[in-house]
Ligand binder design. Sequence first.
Ligand SMILES: Nc1ncnc2c1ncn2[C@@H]1O[C@H](COP(=O)(O)OP(=O)(O)OP(=O)(O)O)[C@@H](O)[C@H]1O
Length: 447
Amino acid sequence: MNAGLFEGRSADDRPQADTVSANGQAGGLSSDSAILLVDDNPAVAGAMQIAFRVAGRRIETASGPEEALSRLASRRFDAILLDMNFTPGQSSGEEGLALLARIMADDPGACVLVITAHSGIRIAVAAMQAGARDFVMKPWRNGDLMAKVEAAIARGPSLGPGAVAGMAVGGDASSSSGSGGAGPVGLLGESAAMQGLRDLVRRVAPTPAGVTVTGPSGSGRMLTALAVHAASAHGGGAPRRIDVRDGSAWAGLPQGPGTVILRHPDRLGEVDQARLLDRLVPQLRCIAIVDDLGALTPAMRRRIATVEIAVPPLAQREGDAVLLARHFARLAAERFARPSPRLTAAAEEAIAATRWDDEVRGLALAIERAVLLAEDGTIDAAALAAPAAPRRAEGTASAEASFDLTDAERAMIEAALREHRHNVTHAAAALGLSRGALYRRMARHGL
Ligand SMILES: Nc1ncnc2c1ncn2[C@@H]1O[C@H](COP(=O)(O)OP(=O)(O)OP(=O)(O)O)[C@@H](O)[C@H]1O
């Protein structure tokens, strides 16, 4: 927040010769190094953007914690420059320290340099204790700034007090620098439910325990599974993902140490679950996404479901729908090369009040559509009410009556599954079917 730019425009404002190599790049920073600057002061952001661009670096900016976390959820940065105050009049550094704690908890390998005023040495020390790799004092000299960023990236993560052994995504500078590895996974949301979910992920991920991820479809189960993997000992590489309903995919099951994300083991019958179990070697860490824990055989449950992580439906995440909507709006604007749109207050109210079909995925789709259709960079409530895909009315005849029995059976099964939050055992009971019979019908309808 505090002002403070360059100490005048001198030769020092340019990167110093000893930090620039023959190809014009500063020392250890590659030309595709991406830096994230988190600062709400447009003058600081503008000055830093110029400084990094002159040095041939790419830099993105975020004006506060929400935007910073959104950007960090969509890509990995080689270094993060973090201002410590974002609210006018604030100088305690608490906002910056809170954001630093969140960044380090999500990714202990993150390379963070904090930006403080000269009077902020106490804050800088607290930040270093919390895992920051260095600090930059305002006003800064561009040569020093580049050298510090370069050195911090090259140094690699240290196991500071905030770091949990085994959780760091790789232990050296190269694996933390974003080019390789799966990188951290941003599970956004500030609701108590999401904070609890992230805590559980952090506690469970470093262990070899089998984890099942449950919750409604579209709520972020795969993202949660990826977050468990990213924060685990094998988090440096992409995990194998296998939909076990596809028998031919079983050949891809790792036969040694590693992690596999198994989709839908609960959709297999008992015999196939036993066969699958035989293929899961002891050193393999399993993270499974299931609709119905009760459909797992006891043996399968013991192997893959030591801990359950239940992803809460959006309706149970106070305030998160709007935050996610802004995140998806930013992502969509980037993807479609549009200016980042603003959501009106009415649009945000509508987003918070809507029960999103298909959960987070449904919200993302509505926002993407609205971004594409937005004409003046604004998304209002009407833009969100854009035509939804025609849905069969639940339990009633659709507008265009259909007497197709296959369609009717599928509609009833879908309705029962929705009603019982994809708990197959309960849905089967409601339909008067055995679980096996329901699974067979679900398979027939591709559900
Ligand atoms: N908390 C979150 N923060 C950011 N993005 C999210 C979050 N939760 C979900 N998403 C995004 O929403 C979309 C749907 O999430 P995901 O694929 O994880 O759902 P799912 O529950 O695994 O769905 P299904 O099992 O039906 O495939 C993805 O694009 C994901 O990145």
